[in-house]
Design a protein around this ligand. Structure first.
Ligand code: SAH
Length: 459
């Protein structure tokens, strides 16, 4: 079989990279056969060695670059290669934004068959570093002391890390302090292999606007040893700390938090703002990790919804109601639906916190609850969807096609499923007016986009 392929394993060949994969690898094609090569950038000419061949694609290793991309830069982070958390630090920020724009346009054109779709340049950050508001660090041991950082790429080996360049400095400092304090009191790190020891993860979350900090210590054991002293030292040494939480996760699992959460000191939540809306964030709540760009994204969603104040809006996949509450300021009423019951509790609490009376929230699957609403004659003028990576459920898309809201605003964290779903909406009578990518995750390949979709006049 491999004889019919244009390349063989161990071949040395000269290539020109045309593209980037979703993991940030360079893509070169030999007679149409794609080869994925770590560290290759579009436009670069290089010699590669073929290291693996599959039926329809292969992998290569970069041997020598003859011509570098004008967008190539040295990665700023000393642990960039080992960590794997970022994929694009070797590409300038300008290059990253162009690559993401191209990715969205290509996927919508090829997979969504949306020719000439209007894709705007990506809205990026002024300063594309230190943007994450949440650090979640696995804890290990080295020569008796505690270490914490990240799992070495594709392994479960913990590498110690003092700072992460896409993390808020405040979180880095807080995690360092907690590691040091717990280490000093002789707290043992969780040993995944033997399912022994105590401290599994340290989480720090920072409210960008309020400066409030939450610390969460996750243990295997039901008790955190020396907790009184540890909490006293955390409170004394971390500025802005408003909440210290203990979470128990006694299971053998990759899931970080367990079911038992106890507040050891301070409040159960910290607060933050997106635009004018205040959010209470508890240890286990989902909250966007880049609040500055979240505001940019939601403002675009609001612009695309084009509300006059008379509309009934449905926010499917609403989470803790972030988009719903943002839109409620400009709509007649908003109905949010979300599968996680705790998130809906947060959404209701956040509505009350902001004195928003025209937003209601329901627990359930969007693809079940919205058809029920429709059956009861509960229609919407504007429908917002913000699904997880797998995109919208087919049943929800079919309900949209029956309901015929004048506008659909699609917030997507995966251009592939966005393309698939837009095609279904297009075939059912909608038109994709424009698409705005927003860079929520600089230095990584993740790409967020919001699409404005309108019912065609003939429908
Ligand atoms: N709009 C929110 C959350 C987006 S993340 C925000 O911006 O913060 C996607 C959300 O969809 C998650 O909260 C997830 O729990 C929820 N979800 C996943 N599958 C769902 C389904 N079938 N029906 C409703 N919600 C779902």
């Amino acid at each position: 079989m491999s004889r019919t392929l244009p390349v063989q394993k161990n071949d040395f060949i000269d290539v020109v990279f045309e593209d980037l994969t979703h993991e940030g690898e360079g893509v070169a094609k030999v007679e149409g056969y794609p080869l994925f090569v770590p560290n290759g950038l579009p436009g670069e000419k290089a010699k590669i060695k073929v290291v693996k061949v599959n039926k329809s694609y292969g992998f290569g290793r970069l041997i020598e670059t003859y011509e570098e991309s004008p967008f190539r830069v040295d990665a700023s982070c000393p642990i960039y290669k080992e960590c794997g958390g970022c994929q694009l630090q070797h590409l300038s920020y300008e290059g990253q934004l162009l690559a993401k724009e191209k990715q969205v346009r290509d996927v919508l054109t090829r997979m969504g068959r949306l020719e000439n779709v209007k894709v705007h340049p990506v809205l990026g950050m002024m300063d594309p570093w230190r943007y994450r508001n949440k650090a979640q660090v696995p804890i290990g041991e080295q020569e008796g002391g505690l270490i914490g950082g990240f799992y070495q790429h594709r392994t479960h080996q913990i590498i110690d890390m003092k700072e992460c360049l896409i993390q808020q400095e405040k979180n880095d400092e807080a995690v360092q302090k907690v590691k040091e304090i717990c280490g000093r009191y002789g707290v043992r790190a969780y040993d995944e292999g033997r399912h022994k020891g105590d401290l599994r993860h340290v989480m720090a979350r920072y409210g960008l606007v309020t400066g409030e900090v939450m610390i969460v210590m996750v243990t295997r054991s039901n008790e955190l040893p020396h907790k009184q002293k540890i909490v006293e030292e955390i409170v004394a040494s971390i500025q802005g700390v408003k909440s210290v939480v203990h979470n128990v996760n006694s299971k053998k699992t990759n899931v970080i938090m367990g079911d038992v959460t106890r507040v050891l000191w301070g409040e159960e939540v910290i607060y933050d703002y997106i635009g004018d809306i205040q959010f209470a964030i508890s240890a286990r709540s989902f909250y966007q990790v880049n609040p500055e760009q979240t505001r940019v994204l939601y403002e675009k969603a609001l612009e695309y919804a084009d509300l006059s104040g008379d509309e009934k809006v449905i926010d499917a996949y609403c989470g803790i109601g972030t988009i719903s509450l943002f839109l409620a300021q400009k709509a007649k009423e908003v109905f949010g639906v979300e599968i996680v019951p705790e998130a809906i509790e947060d959404a209701k609490r956040n509505a009350a916190l902001n004195g928003i009376m025209n937003a209601e929230f329901a627990v359930g699957k969007a693809e079940e609850v919205i058809p029920e609403w429709y059956k009861k004659g509960n229609n919407a003028d504007v429908l917002i969807v913000d699904p997880p990576r797998k995109g919208c459920d087919e049943a929800l898309l079919q309900t949209i096609l029956s309901m015929k809201p004048a506008k659909v605003v699609y917030v997507s964290c995966n251009p592939g499923t966005l393309a698939r779903d837009l095609r279904i909406l297009e075939d059912g009578g909608y038109k994709t007016v424009e698409v705005q990518p927003v860079d929520m995750f600089p230095q990584t390949m993740h790409c967020e986009a919001v699409a404005k979709i309108e019912l065609r006049e003939s429908n």
